[in-house]
Design a protein. Structure first.
Length: 275
């Protein structure tokens, strides 16, 4: 897709699924093509408008024919063309194909991916980051991103082989919050090297801990370290934590959903910060 960004602008209605632009947009559901192009999909007027408010104009803008007079859609069209992107009016059947949903939104944007270099995360710039170890569920990741934005934390660090934050499922679950968030990547060795230089708190969760999350030392700078949905934190990362906390289970369940546990931790940090 990226090789077409400087082509002459067109507003011709696209009706065929064999159109090359449509094929390229559909390919962005696969991680390998997102990696090749550096682009990702965001679906829906609310999310695309949130992206624009955060300074992100779409590289491609797909919208249902006849909707270009809608003020919010016309703003997206203007921003896309101003930045050299291409606007693609389509019929509803093509929106279904590109979105992979029977009831798609009226707008789909393709955006450039972004990242913060892990080496640029210095202690002086840290209030609260969330680090995730091998998280696999895109819905969990998108929900965590939305919660990080809700408490105005700094961003998210993805350790080792995590699910892609730019998958359409993750972006959808974030409700557009991904566009206002710093995202960084590292492996375990890089995180452990960072930990040696970091004098703030690293707080992880563990079912084996007997420290109630309410009694932890939540002072800033803080990194909240959360483990894989099924296996939790690796032994190496558990050992790197200043504190391992647990959340009491009074019922039959023996653990919480990862996004829920991360949300509780973030709001506990926020509560202590306010006091």
């Amino acid at each position: 897709m990226s090789e077409l960004l400087n082509d002459k602008q067109q507003r011709t209605l696209i009706k065929s699924a064999s159109n090359q632009e449509i094929k390229r947009l559909r390919s962005l559901h696969q991680r390998k093509y997102r990696k090749q192009t550096g682009l990702f999909l965001a679906e829906g007027l609310r999310i695309c408008t949130e992206a624009l408010q955060q300074g992100f104009a779409p590289k491609r803008l797909l919208y249902e024919e006849g909707r270009n007079r809608d003020l919010l859609i016309s703003n997206l069209i203007y921003a896309c063309e101003k930045e050299g992107g291409r606007v693609l009016p389509v019929n509803r059947s093509l929106l279904v194909k590109v979105s992979n949903k029977d009831n798609p939104q009226t707008v789909i944007g393709a955006y450039a991916q972004f990242a913060t270099s892990f080496s640029n995360i210095t202690e002086q710039k840290i209030r609260c980051w969330v680090a995730l170890d091998r998280i696999r569920d895109p819905g969990n990741l998108g929900t965590i991103i939305r919660t990080i934005d809700a408490v105005a934390a700094d961003g998210i660090i993805l350790i080792d082989n995590c699910t892609d934050p730019f998958s359409i499922e993750s972006v959808r679950a974030s409700m557009g919050a991904i566009f206002g968030l710093k995202i960084s990547y590292c492996n375990t060795d890089e995180f452990l090297a960072f930990r040696k230089k970091f004098s703030g708190n690293i707080i992880g969760t563990s079912l084996k801990s007997n420290i109630d999350y309410k009694t932890a030392d939540w002072k800033s700078p803080c990194v909240i370290l959360m483990g894989n949905e099924q296996s939790g934190l690796s032994n190496e990362l558990s050992n790197a934590c200043d504190q391992l906390i647990t959340m009491p289970m009074r019922g039959r369940s023996d653990s919480l959903n990862l996004a829920v546990a991360t949300g509780i931790s973030l709001y506990e940090f926020l509560r202590h910060e306010a006091n």
